[in-house]
Design a protein around this ligand. Structure first.
Ligand SMILES: Cc1cc2nc3c(=O)[nH]c(=O)nc-3n(C[C@H](O)[C@H](O)[C@H](O)COP(=O)(O)OP(=O)(O)OC[C@H]3O[C@@H](n4cnc5c(N)ncnc54)[C@H](O)[C@@H]3O)c2cc1C
Length: 401
């Protein structure tokens, strides 16, 4: 529950920030640095870490007010760092790690990536094979990660690696904060159907990471990584936009442009489809708002998986409808999107076809819809768990392809 005086306090601080640094004339790094120093970056983090130790439900209020005022967006500048790595470091980091990494992460001076998935470990990320072996005060990392969003822009990566293959898979993992520009780190683009290489393969060959950059205890990587994954789901699916905004806006625009004046029964059937999706988008938005208002702790629970599932499935339906609303033109697909390594993540300004193609990935990235349904079934509905035959076996004895 938010105490009224807390709301007034942060409103006052936001007013002051905007008065001292009018967004239109401010350098984004300076503005975001001021936002961090005044505890308005992640208001629920402790003082000195970009927060004021207040309720996480105030975070959205601050973000909305600043966006409306035209302030730069820390999330847009560093999507993985802002939404996923920051809460992980705030929860598990040492004093040095929090002081060293959170501020430049928020200002976007240091972009971060998430090095979890591997060719043989996606949904079952605890099966990962990348090794980290202790070498004095350092660790040597060898292995391969894949689908690493913005690795080509990243200064640092949040890495899960296997440090003890003799233990069962969840117990032998450790988390590290690795320098992406160090020797032995090779980032190669993976181009998507949209032409954009948002993500990459990352190869480690004797890459070094200092023990001081180990996040959490040796063998505690699974617990640390879970903080990231829980925040990832909310970061992808639980953001509360304004009513009617987001992908549904795209479909409404195409409908207005092409069908609003058409009195035919077909146009009416399309409008019914649009309205059903508008209502389900609004229901999801309000559910996310309620979850954000009720959140007492920084790390979200299984409601994040519900939000992520709804987000992914709705986006796919909405962009499918948008293509249908184009009529015969919807069937024409220009196959010549230029191959680029983008400067960030996002679909602002993309055409309907491109948005349709990109949203196919929504039900894979951040955990597939099948896996979200498993979490929903087990942790919300209390249904019997998924079959797990390798949970107790030493990782080295688990058959792998
Ligand atoms: C656009 C995009 C960006 C990404 N960015 C990152 C990133 O920055 N960092 C990172 O580490 N990873 C990233 N990923 C990887 C993503 O997390 C994985 O793709 C995802 O977890 C699925 O893993 P997989 O691709 O290995 O598929 P698999 O795990 O092999 O799954 C294949 C199929 O089997 C199904 N399946 C698997 N297990 C179960 C089960 N227990 N019950 C029911 N069905 C199951 C899946 O739902 C899927 O349909 C990204 C992926 C995409 C598409």
């Amino acid at each position: 529950m938010i105490v009224q005086s807390e709301t007034e306090r942060v409103d006052g601080l936001v007013d002051q920030l905007l008065a001292d640094h009018p967004p239109a004339g401010s350098d984004p790094v300076v503005f975001l640095g001021e936002q961090f120093d005044r505890g308005l970056a992640w208001v629920h983090f402790q003082e000195g870490d970009g927060g004021l130790g207040l309720s996480p439900s105030l975070h959205q209020r601050i973000t909305n007010r600043l966006i409306e005022a035209g302030a730069p967006s820390a999330a847009a500048r560093n999507v993985i760092g802002y939404g996923m790595v920051a809460p992980t470091i705030a929860t598990h980091g040492t004093d040095r790690q929090r002081k060293r990494y959170l501020r430049p992460m928020f200002t976007g001076q240091e972009v971060w990536c998430q090095l979890f998935s591997e060719p043989g470990a996606g949904s079952d990320v605890a099966g990962l094979a990348t090794r980290a072996e202790r070498d004095g005060d350092e660790w040597l990392v060898n292995g391969q990660k894949v689908w690493t969003t913005v690795a080509h822009l990243a200064a640092r990566g949040l890495l899960l690696a296997r440090t003890n293959p003799d233990l069962p898979k969840h117990q032998g993992i450790t988390c590290f904060l690795i320098d992406m520009h160090g020797p032995g780190v090779d980032v190669r683009p993976l181009y998507q159907i949209t032409g954009e290489a948002e993500f990459n393969e990352v190869f480690f060959t004797d890459a070094k990471v200092a023990d001081a950059d180990r996040l959490g205890g040796v063998g505690e990587g699974w617990r640390v990584g879970l903080t990231t994954l829980m925040n990832e789901r909310v970061s992808i699916g639980g953001t509360v936009s304004r009513r009617g905004q987001g992908p549904i806006d795209l479909a409404v625009d195409v409908w207005k442009e092409r069908w609003a004046d058409d009195p035919s029964p077909y146009a009416s059937a399309l409008r019914d489809r649009l309205m059903r999706l508008w209502v389900s988008s609004e229901t999801t938005r309000l559910t996310n708002q309620r979850a954000a208002d009720l959140r007492q702790k920084g790390t979200p629970g299984p409601e994040g998986s519900v939000a992520k599932l709804a987000f992914a499935e709705q986006n796919k339906l909405i962009t499918e409808l948008a293509v249908d609303l184009l009529g015969a033109e919807g069937m024409l697909h220009s196959n010549d999107y230029p191959r680029v390594r983008p400067k960030g993540v996002g679909l602002a300004g993309a055409d309907v076809h491109k948005q349709f193609l990109r949203t196919r990935a929504n039900s894979i990235e951040g955990g597939t819809s099948e896996v979200m349904r498993n979490i929903l079934g087990e942790r919300v509905l209390g249904l019997p768990g998924d079959v797990r035959t390798d949970k107790e076996l030493p990782w080295k004895d688990v058959p792998r392809s």
